[in-house]
Design a protein around this ligand. Structure first.
Ligand SMILES: C[S@@+](CC[C@H](N)C(=O)[O-])C[C@H]1O[C@@H](n2cnc3c(N)ncnc32)[C@H](O)[C@@H]1O
Length: 188
């Protein structure tokens, strides 16, 4: 085969490998807690506006996807220490690229990891958008790791058995339900 022929074969092989691994990482996220479904603009803006955190708070987005919610939060609170975590690397790559383009997003930390394996005890607030089947595992994690005064904001589906400290109605979008970390220990 000619050099040109080998180059074409290598480019195809690399492209197919990248696409396959990208799809596998997306499938893995679906399997763990939820498929990648980006939060809508209304939801992003609503929670960025209403999340009760200080200007220097540490905010984790568990399953941050392309980081849309954290970017909206940083637009309003540039001093926030934002940490986005996801197992699916294609949307995470989009977030990394957007961070690169804007100076005000430079502080955003993006972590390619399974959030069930990350310690989140330092968080002042945690954002989440996951399927209800993953809630028992997530609630168990929150009960052992979160500070009692930390905020948890979950999009779309409230946690079973817990009374939200606040409910954020989003006209034309999914509501957010806000809890305190201590509720995951007391179970009320
Ligand atoms: C409903 S989407 C949230 C999308 C995000 N709010 C956005 O606007 O792009 C859920 C995300 O959680 C990720 N995910 C699910 N389980 C995870 C886990 N255990 N660790 C890290 N990411 C996870 C999925 O890959 C997916 O991107």
């Amino acid at each position: 085969m000619t050099t040109m022929g080998w180059a074409v074969v290598i480019i195809y092989a690399v492209t197919i490998t990248v696409v396959v691994f990208g799809l596998l990482s997306l499938a893995y996220g679906s399997h763990l807690a939820a498929p990648w479904v980006p939060s809508g603009r209304a939801e992003r803006e609503a929670i960025a506006e209403a999340l009760p955190v200080s200007e220097t708070a540490t905010v984790y987005d568990l399953g941050c996807g392309n980081g849309g919610v954290l970017f909206a939060l940083l637009d309003r609170h540039p001093g926030v220490r934002a940490v986005g975590c996801d197992v699916a690397w294609p949307p995470l790559l989009v977030a990394a690229f957007r961070r690169l383009l804007h100076r005000r997003y430079r502080g955003l930390r993006l972590v390619w990891a399974d959030y069930f394996r990350r310690q989140i005890g330092e968080a002042d607030a945690v954002l989440l958008y996951a399927l209800r089947r993953s809630y028992p595992r997530i609630m168990n994690k929150f009960s052992t790791e979160l500070r009692p005064d930390a905020w948890v904001a979950v999009e779309r589906w409230p946690f079973p058995g817990l009374v939200p400290a606040k409910t954020l109605r989003v006209p034309g979008g999914h509501d957010w339900f806000l809890y305190r970390g201590g509720q995951f220990r007391t179970g009320v």
